[in-house]
Design a protein around this ligand. Structure first.
Ligand SMILES: [Zn+2]
Length: 476
């Protein structure tokens, strides 16, 4: 039954290639930032409805979060799709740096592909289930604001993922792999200091500088670095530091990211940073307001899901590229220095990475090599991974060595190499979901692994109970 179901799913993807590429390109063109992905979310949700999914919009108090459901009863397989862009990365789909509109957002993480591969996978799966008589439910999770505001954490808090037996999603990358690395837990917090303005030369004794508070807080945190675990990462920007030197600023604001490999390693560092912020306010006689933007967990990988994804990627086979596509990719990859490519590949720790130095597009499917590694970034996929067995696999979309969140990523995500990556991923999603819908032993093994990796720890939402999602971040 499962082979027949997979064949039906692949045929659906093949005969809907053009429509899927169109949807991806449309979202690429919208390039909407987190929580304001109104057009992108609507396009995906409408398409699901066209194919018989029941769609609930505005879940977890977020207008651009939605859940599409098809089928009934157990097992329930979830597919996650993201569709938010990154600020400042506007770029045409040409092999050199050229913004469509300078300073505007762009899909530098390929989330137009992320959302569309998930859509293709979920719809293909739904037809395969219907025609091959596979029982169960498929749920499409429309997940906004992954990049900077972590929409999934709010969806998890509202119980949106409850009762789901396994979750799959796809992320564009330069390799085809069911990755097993974990990711850093993360808090993002803004510190608002309010003081008293005064003429900086005329009556400075009357002023209470909010900028002093921001700077003293940063100094405190930089001294703290000596006394945190080696693997912690703390970084900040000053978002607002006053207008001109001859006016004591009465308002200043910093934005911090605090990361550590495990959630319970992060919490004590965060507590100390809060004390430093209070200390800075005390020293400068300013008022402090702490704005919690997001908190996320470290990711729990799942080898049972990864193995299934790897097997399906090999059975389907990664895309082939035309001569034209290859020369396009070669042209783009010329913008990446050899040094930069070497560092990027070396950092993946993939066995034999040296041999990839002369390769432009990776067409291999290696076994996942990174179990036990922690990637330095953070993602809200992690919070889902504590609820149910979760796999975010990647497929080659960018030439090898392309840096993350770059204009080159925007280019590949908006042309045929990106389309091929997403069609491949849609098939992998559908095929892997069919494996788990038709083999209860696989699901059982995935859950046993999740329990083992949780090691008795329970998930507690990292966001304060009374906090609503920060929907208006871009209006400030
Ligand atoms: Zn991403």
């Amino acid at each position: 039954m499962s082979d027949n179901a997979k064949r039906i799913a692949f045929e659906w993807v093949d005969s809907n290639e053009r429509r899927l590429a169109e949807i991806s390109d449309e979202i690429w063109g919208y390039a909407e930032l987190g929580y304001v992905e109104f057009k992108s979310a609507k396009l995906l949700a409408n398409e699901l409805e066209k194919h018989g999914f029941k769609v609930e919009r505005g879940v977890a108090g977020i207008p651009t979060a939605f859940v599409g459901t098809w089928g009934k009863g157990k097992p329930v397989i979830g597919v996650m799709g993201e569709y938010d862009a990154l600020p400042g990365l506007s770029q045409k789909a040409v092999p050199h740096k050229e913004p469509t509109k300078a300073g505007e957002p762009g899909h530098g993480c390929g989330h137009n592909i992320h959302g569309t591969s998930a859509l293709g996978g979920a719809i293909a799966l739904r037809y395969a289930m219907e025609k091959a008589g596979v029982k169960g439910t498929v749920k499409f999770f429309g997940c906004p604001a992954e990049e900077m505001l972590s929409g999934k954490v709010w969806m998890v808090r509202e119980g949106v993922f409850d009762g789901v037996d396994a979750v799959l999603s796809h992320h564009p990358s330069s390799m085809n792999v069911g990755g097993l690395s974990s990711s850093n837990a993360n808090n993002a917090v803004k510190f608002h200091f309010r003081g008293k303005t005064a003429h900086a030369a005329g009556n400075p004794e009357m002023g209470r500088s909010s900028l002093d508070a921001v700077e003293l807080m940063n100094i405190g945190v930089n001294f703290l670095r000596e006394h945190v675990i080696d693997k912690a990462r703390i970084h900040y920007v000053i978002e607002e530091g006053g207008g001109q030197p001859n006016v004591v600023p009465d308002y200043a604001r910093s934005w911090y990211y605090i990361r550590a490999p495990e959630r319970d390693q992060l919490e004590p560092i965060y507590e100390r940073i809060l004390k430093i912020a209070e200390g800075a306010a005390l020293m400068t006689e300013t008022e402090l307001k702490v704005e919690f933007i997001k908190g996320i967990y470290n990711k729990l990988p799942n080898k049972v899901l990864s193995d299934a994804v790897t097997a399906n990627m090999r059975a389907i086979g990664p895309p082939e590229y035309t001569e034209e596509e290859m020369s396009f990719a070669e042209e783009v990859s010329k913008s990446i220095s050899e040094d930069s490519k070497r560092t990027t590949l070396w950092k993946t720790k993939r066995p034999g990475w040296e041999k990839l130095m002369d390769v432009v597009m990776d067409r291999t499917v290696p076994d996942a090599w990174n179990d036990g590694e922690v990637s330095h970034g953070s993602t809200d996929v992690s919070d889902v991974s504590w609820q149910t067995p979760t796999m975010e696999f990647s497929t080659a979309t960018y030439s090898l060595g392309t840096p993350g969140h770059s204009w080159q990523n925007v280019v590949y995500s908006g042309m045929s190499i990106g389309h091929k990556s997403l069609l491949f991923a849609s098939k992998v999603i559908a095929a892997t979901a069919i494996d788990f819908l038709t083999d209860p032993e696989l699901l059982k093994a995935a859950w046993e692994e999740l329990d083992r990796r949780k090691a008795g720890r329970t998930y507690k939402s990292p966001i304060p109970e009374d906090l609503d999602p920060p929907l208006n971040q871009w209006k400030k």
